[in-house]
Design a protein. Sequence first.
Length: 181
Amino acid sequence: MIDYQIHTDRLVLLPLTAEWMEAMSAGTEKFKLFTGYHLPTPFTEFPEAIDSIILHLKTTQALPPWISYAIVNPLDSSYIGQAGFKGGPDQSGTVEIGYEIAEGFRLKGYADEVIRNLTRKAFEHKEIKIIMAHTLPVKNGSNHLLIKNKFVFQSAFMDPDDGMVWQWVLKRNAYLFAQMQ
């Protein structure tokens, strides 16, 4: 059996399934019974997106590593967020990442750890030329972390699903150059 987990210094990223998201919607007790992990309250800043995430997980045929992941801390069996790729690479070799850390787990370096590891995982694949991310169009912790990880602001645009967003990109050559420093 192939292991599709991503292990970071402190965390494990497990393939996120529609069943996990449905258990989240059902509440902390059902989630604990189903997964074995503690679900924080609140576990997302965007509860209105849960149904569309479930639909996406049920209908998308993305293959690892281009999937969504549950972020868990194995030391205390806590679910701390979700992250991953919004599908496989397009024809130009671009993939998009997304991430969310539950409020109670922020400012502990977890998002930085996740971004670093998703970036590394993507660039292990030679066909990947660019990694893209979108943030809310305001200066915040999320875009600070992208800048810290060598992403650069590309543009502001109207996303059909998310409204106005800022687009950030990290090009393979910039990533490789940063790794040499």
